[in-house]
Write a protein that binds this ligand. Structure first.
Ligand code: N01
Length: 561
């Protein structure tokens, strides 16, 4: 193999991987176990993906750390000790680096290198990847482990170049510490990211102005140090847990499932019950799982949403600010990705925090010294954009992906993403996605989901090898049926109602499609297994032969590895 980061290299491996985040590393591990050669290209200078890029103040995971861990290795689970219930970004990144070192995975990764195109050579039956550093690599199979939330979005407010202060996007945070002491800081966005950053930045900045477009529901995380006996218990149960978790809706365990409808309780009982859940902390595992039907029934949803609105009024002292923080009645709780927080609503009681409504008076432009909205100018020395991502499809569509006969991913997704099981796209053979649209992905514990996807992909690659075949492709019919099923499942819930990134509403012009599969991780994983056992129903498996297509792929002057 060629050395790292040399220009114009050519390599041929069994499997090419885009991304060395949590998914890319597990894929490399699995391929190594099989004796297959692999090469991953990673845009960052280190491993970690999401946790490499998102270094903003307050960044931490909102799935319990013990569950937001790899599960493929009992030894790894025994070795690693999480310090907090919800680990912060530096600890998560240390963990991912530990995994990369522990399993010697870095040697198959080329860092600081972004994949720009992936073209399939039909005759050679090979994918060719090209990168922004001039690399060319070919392989029979290609796996896109590019992340669901990896293309940051910053609204194109005019005047950014005029702004004389510093500005940041939370997903492209500097590696060195940013000191906001003594500064007037503005933050745009109150999604999960803004909600984590706002309390931390407000504690440091001279003044923090929060520009809020849509108020969000959030619940206390109740983060805390993990006790040694909790660690030990999880480690002792790890092997069992790994199996249990595959039979759960969100690939998480350890929280009680709802047993009754809210109308079965009196108002006093409801209040006491929801109060108990609020004290315990958490949102998907707590408030949203308090009563049956919260995700599907307006009335059931309203009970929980009203409870949070009451809490906001109870916590926030200024009634006008509290009213502004209350999500509108037509926004179901849970229909935007539910955040959890540490002292979010309490932060608005601080003297140095101002909440600005940019729904009714939108941001018009940045100026030399701040932000101008439709009715006021706010003087700022620094601006933080916590404005999210072009989720689930943005990163993939930024790569020029081309299958046989010039058929591109852009063609395939012109009317929104279509996939079979979120794993493959019809017309693009031997190209797999991890946590693609149409899979549980962001509606599940992402690590369990990426392990399940990777295991399934390894299964089909093994199967092809064992049966003397070398090509797999999703059929059009299976894809159409899956897309329809995914849509029907979502439409039976309140999920598509919100203008969320789940439906692409945050990106101007993006086709509105509810992208994740919301039928449950358990049901999805069982279906994937059943499809495999049924001879990969809905996939076409064939033999094409072909070779390395070495000469064809090699550009003038490029050197072979
Ligand atoms: O992004 P978002 P995020 N003018 O899209 C606002 C994951 N995550 O980075 O709601 C003014 O949710 C926008 O307003 P509105 C998690 O899956 C995980 O916060 O569209 N405001 C919204 O308030 C999460 O869901 C973790 O009206 C504008 C905000 O920007 C996902 O990442 C932690 C605007 C964007 O919110 C994305 O979260 C953090 C404009 N022109 C994130 N444009 C953990 O697991 C946008 N906004 C810990």
């Amino acid at each position: 193999m060629t050395g790292p980061n040399t220009k114009n290299t050519y390599e041929h491996v069994d499997v090419l991987v885009a991304g060395a985040g949590l998914a890319g590393l597990y894929i490399l591990y699995c391929l190594r176990q099989r004796g297959l050669t692999a090469l991953a290209f990673e845009a960052g200078s280190g491993v970690g993906g999401t946790w490499y890029w998102n270094r903003y103040p307050g960044a931490r995971v909102d799935v319990e750390s013990t569950q937001y861990s790899y599960h493929f290795s009992d030894e790894l689970a025994r070795e690693w000790k999480w310090s907090e219930k919800f680990a912060a970004q530096p600890e998560l990144l240390r963990y991912i680096n530990h995994v990369a070192d522990r399993f010697d995975l870095r040697r198959d990764v080329k860092f600081d290198t972004r994949v720009t195109s992936a073209h399939f050579d039909d005759a050679a039956n090979l994918w060719t990847l090209r990168t922004d550093r001039g690399d060319i690599a070919t392989a029979r199979y290609c796996i896109m482990a590019t992340g669901s939330l990896s293309k940051p979005y910053r609204p194109p407010f005019p005047g950014l170049d005029d702004f004389r202060g510093d500005w940041y996007h939370t997903a492209m945070w500097p590696h060195e510490e940013v000191d906001f002491s003594g500064k007037r800081v503005g933050i745009v966005g109150t999604g999960s990211t803004g909600i984590q950053a706002i309390p931390v930045v407000s504690a440091q900045a001279k003044h923090l102005t929060v520009f809020q477009r849509t108020p969000n529901y959030t619940a206390p995380a109740r983060n805390r140090q993990l006790a040694p006996d909790e660690q030990r218990e999880f480690q002792a149960r790890h092997a069992l847990w790994r199996v249990e978790v595959r039979h759960t809706f969100a690939a998480m365990t350890g929280f009680p499932l709802p047993t009754k409808f809210s109308h079965e309780d009196t108002p006093e009982q409801r209040r006491a019950f929801l109060e108990k859940r609020w004290k315990e902390g958490g949102m998907p595992q707590s408030l949203l799982a308090s009563y049956k039907g919260v995700n599907v029934d307006e009335q059931a949803n309203r009970v929980v949403a009203d409870f949070v609105r009451d809490k906001i009024h109870e916590i926030v002292k200024d009634p006008k600010v509290a009213a502004l923080l209350c999500p509108p009645l037509d926004l179901p709780i849970g229909s935007k990705r539910p955040p959890i927080d540490t002292d979010y609503y309490e932060t608005f009681n601080r003297d140095n925090v101002t909440l600005v409504d940019v729904k009714h008076a939108p941001i018009e432009r940045l100026t030399a010294d701040g932000i101008r909205t439709a009715n006021e100018h706010y003087e700022l020395g620094a601006i933080i954009f916590a404005t999210g991502f072009d989720a689930m499809t943005g990163t993939l569509l930024a790569i020029d992906i081309q299958g046989p006969d010039g058929y591109t991913l852009k063609n395939a997704w012109a009317d929104g993403p279509s996939t079979y099981l979120g794993l493959m796209v019809a017309g693009l053979p031997n190209l797999f996605m991890i946590n693609g649209p149409g899979s549980p992905s962001v509606k599940a514990n992402m690590i369990v989901a990426l392990e399940q996807h990777t295991d399934w992909i390894m299964g089909v690659i093994d199967h092809l090898g064992m049966t003397g075949r070398d090509r797999v492709e999703a059929s059009d019919q299976a894809q159409t049926a899956w897309v329809q099923h995914t849509r029907e499942v979502a439409e039976a819930t309140l999920m598509p109602r919100a203008d969320s990134w789940y439906v692409g509403a945050n990106i101007p012009g993006k086709k509105r499609v509810f992208m994740p599969y919301f039928g449950g991780f358990d049901r999805y994983a069982a279906l994937c297994e059943e499809i495999a056992a049924d001879g990969y129903r809905g996939f076409e498996l064939s033999h094409h032969g072909g070779g390395r297509s070495h000469a064809a792929a090699l550009p003038p002057g490029a050197s072979s590895a």
